[in-house]
Write a protein that binds this ligand. Sequence first.
Ligand code: GDP
Ligand code: ZN
Length: 290
Amino acid sequence: MAKGMILKNQNGYFTIYNEEGSLSLCRSRGRLKRKTDVLVGDVVEFDTGKGSEAVITHVYPRKNALYRPPSANIDQLVLVSAVRTPDLNFFLLDKMIVLAEEAGVEPLIVINKSDLAEEAAREAAYFYKKAGYPSFAVSLRQNEGLEELKAAFQGPVIAFSGPSGVGKSSLLNWILGKSHFQSGEVSRHTGRGKNTTRHAELIQWKPGCFLMDTPGYTYLDINTIELTRLSYLFRDFRPFLGQCRFNNCLHAGEPDCAVKKAVEEGKIQRERYESYLHILDELKTKDFRR
Ligand code: GDP
Ligand code: ZN
């Protein structure tokens, strides 16, 4: 019996990083046959004593799981945006942060391409720092801010996400010191890069520390979030929660709302509050459709 972590699943053949730091190839069987039974990032026990083919016999409880690509036990989610080309979309970034919070993964925010708009990139990073998230303005083109960013990475499993074209592949390749990920020019037609990552795969960065690319930004389904939970997923709102007149306050215009008051007093940044209202509206619409 041996213990290890799943790095990759290729048609039911799992690559496992074992405790000795080497790789084993394994099958799953019996009770662990369904697609979501064994995820990339899972810590498993496997049986090496069955001839040539090792078999996974147990999956340890997960501390979290992402929906797309299916993966588990992510320690940090690096949310990459660009300040320009494509323009920074604050609302989308806020939504990605909410999803990370919901999944129980620690977000880290990267504003790339600071060479294109230095002041705006620095302000955006500061904005998210004030909201309670580690944030970095960087430029891969000009090698700015990258060492500070790297020092803030906290594994062992670090996932990267963000819209295409923001420089995610460039960043991953810089960290790994080689061209592992395909970096593409932004398409003139769609404004998007040509990143085609489909499957979860953990790439070893240093011994016992792994990186994972995720396609696009839909790594979790936002519709599973309950209306009353949403404000807890805004870290900067938390000091004010539980102080509204109504204990089921959605902070959307109810009287004596502590969140609204904090916005008026500048203790919560107004743009974050607007993102909150926007996401709340989306969730309400989804609720009606059910
Ligand atoms: P991905 O789709 O997020 O993986 O993005 P890529 O890494 O493929 O990069 C998309 C485009 O942005 C490429 O043309 C890169 O050369 C460019 N790019 C990446 N980083 C920077 C940067 O710091 N500054 C500028 N100006 N362009 C960058
Ligand atoms: Zn309220």
